[in-house]
Design a protein around this ligand. Structure first.
Ligand code: HEC
Length: 129
């Protein structure tokens, strides 16, 4: 009887094991308060910040049409930021840890945690011309 119970619980856990959150979900949960639901920088706490949250829909446009993947990753992560970067934005490195994917950055294969990459790839989908 006990064994049946354990098997049943195991099966249930297997069915309901959570999918890793998508980039869109991670963005909605962690970024929209400042950057806005559309990423344009007008979230509900933006007005109270000394420096306005960046418009995340113009990252490519402001970079000659190419999505600045490396800068975006390291800005979110906190690994490398412009020295004058507004400290209001949390460093998400330890929140977005996870299994590593290898992506090419400036011609070098670089390991990037999947949640961090998922958010950056989601931002890529928000870019306007
Ligand atoms: C507490 C407010 C806040 C939160 C939360 C926040 N940010 Fe920011 N973010 C800012 C501010 C303010 C800036 C502009 C900083 C500056 O220019 O000094 C910024 C800048 C950025 C930039 C740099 C844009 C550029 O033009 O180079 C990126 C990328 C970014 N945020 C992504 C994110 C992502 C992704 C999240 C969620 C995981 C997030 N931010 C959460 C406030 C926030």
């Amino acid at each position: 009887m006990k064994l049946v119970y354990i098997l049943a619980v195991g099966a249930l856990a297997g069915c309901t094991a959570p999918e890793p959150p998508s980039g869109a979900q991670l963005f909605a949960e962690n970024c929209t308060a400042c950057h806005g639901v559309d990423g344009a920088g007008t979230g509900w706490v933006a007005a109270g910040l000394k420096r306005k949250p960046a418009n995340l829909t113009t990252l490519s446009a402001r970079n000659g049409g190419a999505f600045p993947m490396e800068r975006v990753l390291s800005t979110i992560d906190g690994f490398h930021r412009n020295p004058k970067f507004e400290t209001a934005m949390p460093e998400f490195g330890s929140w977005f840890e996870g299994p590593m994917d290898q992506i090419e950055l400036d011609g070098v294969m670089t390991p990037v945690p999947q949640p961090l990459l998922a958010v950056a790839e989601y931002l890529q989908t928000l870019q306007v011309e």
